[in-house]
Design a protein around this ligand. Structure first.
Ligand code: PEP
Length: 290
């Protein structure tokens, strides 16, 4: 697997965070975790359709999704079709609980940026969410952490909710560098945000080696990184902010593995790629998260 180029320069390391991943929670962080157990965060299940589905195919899928999960109120359900199908999907979703998201956005309001789409264009289609910094954007389109930070700032000038993707490459995982890569990605993306902005963000932990590979993180492994993310938020914002942020897991989530993953304390839902293309599979993942 090729390495995500963004991770190469990420060398800021916090020894406390490192030891938490390797040795488990400290007493202080365990207290924080115990408090967090009292907090209930509404689960989120978002489907990232990537570059799949024409308008007709998108409408057929989303009609089925609404039929299957349209009565579920305790999960935020989001579908993220390609830009070309946003209008077609919006027509079907109007009046349903299923929300509409986009897969990307530009950091400027408007201008000579051929091929790009702005926040107001997404709002015009009724989008409530937008994915920022997906590993495929970072890798294939060289999106740097600075670009991702600019996009987040722009999104926060609107009502859109960003789904920020972070995650380590296989090389970083094998070199035992998760505890430096994840805090570094968080620091670079979130450092300019205020606490109210940070509390509104949805973070998707998506280990690059698990995306589209059929190789899922074990629930324990995913939970360790989700705990690391929440601890980082607590240290860099506040316990209150950390308790509010929904942290999704992404990477080969299926109806078969979703049940065990969602039982973890710090996993608040999923960002689903391949399995979200099929309405039945997506609906089963939503149902297991309800
Ligand atoms: C994704 O695209 O965000 C993703 C997690 O894909 P998949 O579920 O196919 O691994």
């Amino acid at each position: 697997m090729e390495q995500n180029p963004n991770e190469e320069s990420q060398k800021d390391q916090n020894p406390t965070e490192q030891s938490q991943v390797e040795q488990g929670p400290t007493e202080q962080s365990q207290n924080r975790q115990d408090q967090a157990e009292q907090i209930s965060r509404k689960h989120v299940v978002a489907g990232n359709w990537k570059m799949f589905k024409t308008r007709d195919e998108a409408q057929a899928t989303v009609r089925e999704v609404v039929g299957l999960v349209g009565n579920i109120q305790n999960v935020d359900i989001v579908v993220c079709p390609p830009f070309t199908a946003l209008g077609a999907v919006e027509e079907i979703l109007t009046g349903s609980v299923v929300q509409l998201g986009a897969q990307n956005v530009h950091w400027q309001d408007e201008g000579a940026f051929t091929g790009e789409v702005s926040v107001s264009m997404l709002a015009d289609y009724g989008c409530s969410h937008v994915i920022i910094g997906h590993s495929e954007r970072r890798h294939y389109f060289q999106e740097s952490d600075e670009v991702i930070q600019g996009k987040l700032e722009k999104v926060f000038s609107t009502e859109l909710t960003p789904i920020l993707c972070i995650g380590e490459s296989l090389e970083a995982r094998e070199a035992d560098r998760v505890q430096e890569v994840i805090p570094s990605q968080l620091e670079r993306a979130l450092r300019e945000l205020t606490d109210p902005q940070t509390s509104r963000i949805i973070i998707a932990y998506e280990p690059v080696w698990a995306i589209g590979t059929g190789r899922t993180a074990t629930p324990e492994l995913a939970e360790k990184v989700h705990f690391l993310i929440r601890s980082w938020l607590s240290d860099h914002s506040s316990v209150g902010v950390a308790d509010q942020v929904r942290i999704l897991y992404g990477g080969s989530v299926t109806p078969e593995n979703a049940g065990q993953l969602i039982e973890q304390k710090n996993i608040d839902g999923f960002l689903v790629g391949g399995a979200s293309l099929d309405a039945q599979s997506f609906a089963k993942i939503v149902q297991q998260s309800a």
